[in-house]
Design a protein around this ligand. Structure first.
Ligand code: XUL
Ligand code: CO
Length: 441
């Protein structure tokens, strides 16, 4: 049913770069072929249920600013009816955007009950509402995830909680959410360790908690195979916030954790731009590293603030920055089951329904433009040719032998002596290459 929450905003269409219509795409043209693939297939955009339909505008100094008829605080009646209204509004936005995917936490779609059994029933009931809608709308599920951080029972962690009953409760909640994600055709299942970390080592047994986290993840992977879920299990790294020190710090740290538990071929990473910034990296660094390690999965695309040391989750609008991001996505071979999830929230003063539309349309457009820039850089070939040339020395026989184990440290030393090797430094040409990149943004 249409709630008309968005009034008479019509489905957004591509009108081209000259258009000044704020309710049109100027760059996002889903059917346009880019590097041999449709733009929509490159980008695989998803709306995040939590920010767009559960966000209240709250900040540490003030309460809700948004008026949303389906908020439990504003809805008079059964919270399950509020959840159904929320689902109607969600699909109204999906249709306006023509977005191919959405993502949710179990607690975003349905209210928590008095017991876990009741909560699970609520999630299942709303999942059936979503399933019915997905039959008549084009939007599919990119991923589902369990919220193991909002309720106070999880204040000392879920899988890493000192209390084994909390570990068990979290396991039961994840099982239900995996079942629902599978039944909705989800293409991935995400674990973000919201409170898997610690505030102080004074009360924390770090090794015990890491062992618990490893066991939990191994059981998630086993259960995936048991139920025949074909999607990808993804871990989303974040270095801090809400806990002072999160265990899944960044891509490198998660990879080490996966290897320690023999899970590096089972689990990939969901990288978030703002989390990369908090870890002291760029998002393109995290993508390049994940790709190099064979664990690149999906992206939560948003924008962190370079002055605030917290997760501002703004909509990504900066085309030159996004160009570098999309270039790394292309270099990583693009997405398979992953995509670009708008884990981003409109600002506290962006009160109106139309602000949700502008946020998504603007970011989809900025990212589409960045994809075109990145594709042009690849097609031009100048940048790649320079990099190729920079590493060309490694193609000769003696150099290859050093990498593939055919030689030893002392044999290399003898060769340096015999051939009087005396390397001359060469320019890295950074500014020249940055000038070249600016031709494409
Ligand atoms: C929190 C965050 C989460 C995950 C899903 O910083 O990014 O919304 O994406 O739990
Ligand atoms: Co995220």
């Amino acid at each position: 049913m249409s709630t008309r929450f968005f009034g008479d905003i019509a489905p957004i269409r591509y009108e081209g770069p000259e258009s000044t219509n704020p309710f049109a795409f100027r760059w996002y043209d889903p059917d346009r072929t880019v590097l041999g693939k449709r733009m929509e297939e490159h980008l695989r955009f998803a709306v995040a249920y939590w920010h767009s339909f559960c966000g209240t505008g709250i900040d540490p100094f003030g309460g809700d600013t948004f008026i949303r008829p389906w908020f439990e605080s504003q809805f008079k009646g059964d919270p399950m009816d509020a959840a159904r209204l929320k689902a109607d509004v969600a699909f109204e936005l999906f249709d306006i955007l023509g977005i191919p995917f959405f993502c949710f936490h179990d607690r975003d779609i349905a209210p928590e009950g008095a017991t876990l059994a009741e909560s699970n029933r609520n999630v299942r009931a709303i999942a059936e509402v979503l399933a019915a809608k997905m039959e008549t709308h084009r939007t599919k599920l990119l991923w589902g995830t369990a919220n193991l951080f909002s309720n106070r029972r999880y204040m000392a962690g879920a899988a890493t909680n000192p209390d084994p009953d909390v570990f068990a409760y979290a396991a039961a909640q994840v099982k239900n959410c995996m079942d629902v994600t599978k039944d909705l055709g989800g293409q991935n299942y995400v674990l973000w360790g919201g409170r898997e970390g610690y505030e102080t080592l004074v009360n924390t047994r770090l090794k015990q908690e890491l062992d618990q986290a490893g066991r939990f993840l191994s059981m998630v992977v086993d259960y995936k195979h048991k139920i025949g879920f074909k999607g990808t299990i993804l871990i989303e790294p974040k270095p801090q916030e809400p806990t002072k020190h999160q265990y899944d710090y960044d891509v490198g740290n998660v990879y080490g954790f996966l290897c320690a538990h023999g899970l590096e071929n089972e689990v990939r990473v969901n990288i978030e731009q703002n989390h990369a910034i908090l870890a002291g990296h760029t998002v393109e660094h995290e993508i390049a590293l994940a790709s190099a390690l064979g664990v690149f999965g999906s992206l939560d695309i948003n924008r962190g603030d370079y002055q605030s040391g917290w997760d501002t989750d703004q909509f990504a609008m900066n085309v030159p920055e996004l160009t570098l991001t999309l270039l790394e996505v292309i270099r990583a071979g693009g997405f398979t089951t992953g995509g670009l999830n708008f884990d981003a929230k409109i600002r506290r003063q962006s009160l109106d329904p139309e602000d949700l539309v502008h946020a998504h349309v603007g970011s989809m457009d900025a990212i589409a433009r960045a994809l075109l820039n990145a594709a042009a850089i690849v097609e031009d070939g100048g940048l790649d040719a320079h990099v190729e040339e920079r590493y060309a020395g490694w193609t000769n026989g003696a150099a290859r032998a050093m990498l593939n184990g055919e030689t030893t440290l002392d044999a290399i030393a003898a060769r340096v002596d015999a051939e009087e090797i005396n390397p001359q430094p060469r320019s890295g040409r950074q500014e020249y290459l940055e000038n070249m990149l600016n031709r494409f943004s």
